[in-house]
Design a binder for this molecule. Structure first.
Ligand SMILES: NC(=O)c1ccc[n+]([C@@H]2O[C@H](COP(=O)([O-])OP(=O)(O)OC[C@H]3O[C@@H](n4cnc5c(N)ncnc54)[C@H](OP(=O)(O)O)[C@@H]3O)[C@@H](O)[C@H]2O)c1
Length: 288
């Protein structure tokens, strides 16, 4: 029987990349929503759609993602990243399976080896704390959910580091970019594919292996090296990139200095193949 999949935050980066894939999965009936059609902070509306549309899966791509703005906009950030997730969980309990997306910002960045799902969380920003509380709220109500933590997300859609650097690289002769924060970019198209693979796996194997998973692309880089690669792939030669330390680029929200994620669990559980970050970046830049 066709499965009904509710996509929230469908107009964001990840939600838009999922939409590109809908046609490849005719066995699923996708129901894309965003704040204009389903405001997740309105519990009755969330309960109603899950019931009326007989939702089998919810992929929650909605979030408050303005990391620096969140430091001042605390109430709204928690409303979306924690309270709305609670609404989803209460609406889904006993009815639908939830795949929820979270972040590397739940960690403090003091690790020196890739973060595993079992590592202690210690968020340093309002955004990170609100996302961690969203994870906790979800697991308290629907412990049988899947949470995928990702990092450094970019896409041809929405606003992100890749698109900002492409613009600045064409506008400016020089740019300063931090060289001492390490992590791994994630092409939202790859994450979207991984999420749908999990649903396909669940339908085929008749099991939903709940829990927390980590997903980014493969490899490790810094924002500085990421920028150099973006410019190289896009053929931008008129902008010199200078590496600077984080303390010379103050931001309202504290970023983790190290947020490489260990992806062993998601790869082994679902047989997902994770592309190298440079290969995925090339694909994205070719589309821009
Ligand atoms: N971006 C990153 O670098 C990054 C890194 C790690 C993890 N993540 C996580 O990955 C997920 C997807 O991120 P993304 O970059 O695709 O986010 P995004 O582009 O900011 O999209 C989020 C979407 O959610 C919508 N939304 C906001 N409030 C809502 C509400 N009350 N009800 C329904 N929808 C609402 C937004 O609408 P408006 O635009 O109108 O507000 C937007 O369309 C999020 O969980 C995020 O925390 C992102």
């Amino acid at each position: 029987m066709t499965k009904n999949i509710l996509i929230t935050g469908a107009k964001g980066q990840l939600g838009s990349e999922l939409e590109v894939l809908y046609a490849q999965y005719p066995e699923f009936n996708f129901i894309p929503t965003d704040v204009d059609t389903l405001d997740l902070t309105q519990k009755e509306a969330v309960v109603k759609i899950v019931q009326d549309k007989k939702i089998d899966y919810i992929v929650n791509c909605a979030a408050y993602t303005a990391v620096d703005k969140a430091e001042d906009d605390v109430e709204l950030c928690y409303k979306i990243n924690r309270d709305a997730v609670k609404n989803l969980a209460e609406a889904a309990k006993g009815k639908a399976r939830i795949i929820h997306v979270s972040t590397d910002y739940v960690f403090d960045g003091r690790a020196t080896a890739p973060y595993k799902e079992t590592d202690t969380t210690h968020p340093q920003s309002v955004y990170g704390k609100s996302k961690r509380e969203g994870e906790e709220a979800l697991l308290a109500i629907c412990p049988e959910s899947i949470i995928i933590r990702t990092a450094w997300l970019y896409s041809i859609y929405g606003n992100n580091f890749v698109k900002t650097m492409l613009r600045l690289g064409k506008e400016r002769p020089e740019l300063n970019v931090v060289y001492d924060q390490k992590g791994t970019p994630t092409y939202a198209a790859d994450l979207a594919q991984a999420i749908l693979s999990i649903i396909v796996y669940t339908e085929k194997e008749k099991t939903f292996p709940s829990g927390v998973y980590h997903y980014s692309n493969e490899g490790i880089t810094t924002w500085f090296d990421f920028t150099e690669k973006i410019f190289q792939l896009a053929g931008i030669t008129g902008c010199t990139v200078h590496p600077i330390p984080t303390d010379q680029y103050p931001t309202k929200a504290t970023r983790p200095m190290y947020s490489v994620l260990d992806k062993t669990k998601i790869k082994e559980t679902f047989g997902i193949i994770v592309p190298e970050w440079e290969l995925s970046l090339k694909k994205c830049i070719n589309l821009l």
